[in-house]
Design a protein around this ligand. Structure first.
Ligand code: G3D
Ligand code: MG
Length: 186
């Protein structure tokens, strides 16, 4: 026979379970070395930008809770290291992700080409996932090597593209929260 204490335990256990029921989603940062992946996550998670940000080694997971369309979501943001490490890490790091941010550096066209290559590699091996293309370093737009012409073809294919700056914060919050919204409807 259960004691009253045991019944109270059951009730508190139930409440605990409910709070653990929160929607959890994994987002991966994908892109070449030094495009600003780590800085974008730092800006989104802590709203800071440091010119002395350390180069990523391996994988770092940051967490942030957001509410999109009245749904609270716990985001786990996986920050993959540069493209070389991306190759070594293989696609297993993307597994379990609900979406990813494909990041390139507007001042280096090679990182744009690499982003398209990485996206192809992901889609060859995994189910299509929601993603946005971020052309980062919009604060340095006078030095950009990527033109509207480069983007028009992608826009015709319905790509969502944001011109972000981890330095000024432009479109960083939007990119993460609108991707989360898209993931919830995927
Ligand atoms: P990564 O994680 O993709 O490898 P990082 O890239 O976030 O480490 O950023 C690489 C360099 O670009 C860093 O400079 C960082 O400060 C800079 N950076 C990142 N985002 C922006 C941005 O939006 N605007 C500008 N102007 N710089 C940015 P250092 O000099 O520390 O290597
Ligand atoms: Mg990094």
């Amino acid at each position: 026979m259960q004691t009253p204490a045991k019944i109270i335990d059951d009730v508190s256990y139930f409440e605990f379970e409910t709070s653990l029921d929160m929607v959890k989603k994994k987002i991966c940062m994908v892109g070449s070395f030094a495009v600003g992946k780590t800085s974008l996550v730092a800006r989104f998670v802590n709203s800071i930008f440091s010119d002395k940000y350390h180069t990523t080694v391996g994988v770092k997971v940051d967490k942030k809770s957001v509410t999109v369309q009245d749904t609270p979501v716990d985001l786990m943001i996986w920050d993959l290291a540069g493209e070389d490490q991306f190759q070594q890490l293989k696609l297993s790091y993307i597994k379990g992700a609900s979406g990813y941010l494909l990041v390139c550096d507007g001042t280096r066209k090679t990182t744009f080409d690499k982003a398209l290559e990485l996206k192809d590699r992901i889609e060859t091996h995994l189910e299509p996932l929601p993603f946005f293309l971020l052309i980062n370093k919009s604060d340095l737009k006078s030095d950009w090597e990527i033109s509207e012409n480069d983007l028009s073809q992608l826009k015709e294919q319905n790509w969502t593209i944001y011109q972000t700056s981890a330095k000024s914060g432009d479109y960083v919050e939007e990119a993460f929260t609108l991707l989360t919204e898209k993931m919830l409807h995927a």
